[in-house]
Write a protein that binds this ligand. Structure first.
Ligand code: ITT
Length: 205
């Protein structure tokens, strides 16, 4: 199976490659060939203006599918960080929190600023990942994953991407930026969504 990833985010691509390999292997499934959007001419621009993870993920999946043969498999990922003390922000706007240019260092700096006055006990947050799989014969399936945690006062660690240096997953004592990628991939919102996708692929065999 060749699966095209409708994303322009290299951090996501790296994680999807590892997750696809690990989770399929664990289920005794044959490997998938995961193809980046860059390898098929680049990810088309999409407005991501629906205000929901569900709407935005569909925009991405359909935009890439429109430039591929009808029988192609496409996977899109819309994800974000929802912070309790900020009423769920940045949420679906996580990629553009500090401005439309989507600068992840500026997004992280803005979150640090916004959260500075919030005391330790009130720094709960969770990541959400919504995957949408489109495939031949009208396959149209979504899989969600969520990862609870809390935010540090200052970023720590250089691993992962986006808000990872600020986010400590529940049960861990280090941020996603500090944890090895393999550990993030056991716990993350993306890993949990992928586990459901891998179960679906397994049931379909
Ligand atoms: P594509 O739409 O091209 O896939 P994007 O980065 O714009 O890339 P989203 O619109 O889904 O993707 O925005 C997700 C943002 O949420 C991302 O830019 C990060 O800021 C944040 N995010 C999502 N998953 C994350 C993770 O595992 N670790 C850290 N930050 C994450």
């Amino acid at each position: 199976m060749r699966l095209h990833l409708a994303s322009a985010n290299p951090g996501k691509l790296r994680e999807h490659l590892s997750l696809a390999r690990a989770l399929l292997e664990r289920r005794g499934l044959p490997p998938i060939e995961l193809v980046s959007a860059a390898a098929v001419g680049g990810m088309p621009a999409v407005p991501e203006d629906t205000g929901t993870f569900e709407g935005n993920v569909r925009q991405k999946a359909e935009a890439l599918r429109a430039r591929l043969p009808a029988e192609a498999w496409v996977l899109a990922d819309d994800s974000g960080l929802c912070v309790d003390a900020l009423g769920g922000a940045p949420g679906v706007d996580s990629a553009v929190y500090a401005g439309p240019e989507g600068d992840s260092a500026a997004n992280l700096a803005k979150l640090v600023r916004e959260m500075r006055p919030v005391p330790g006990g009130l720094r709960a947050a969770h990541f959400v990942c919504l995957l949408l799989l489109l495939g031949p014969g009208g396959v149209d399936r979504s899989f969600t994953g969520r990862c609870e945690g809390r935010l540090l006062l200052e970023p720590s660690g250089a691993g992962g991407f986006g808000y990872d240096p600020l986010f400590v997953p529940a049960g861990a004592s280090a941020s996603f930026g500090e944890l090895p990628e393999a550990e993030k991939n056991e716990l993350s919102h993306r890993a949990r969504a992928w586990a459901k996708l891998a179960d679906w692929l397994s049931a379909r065999r």
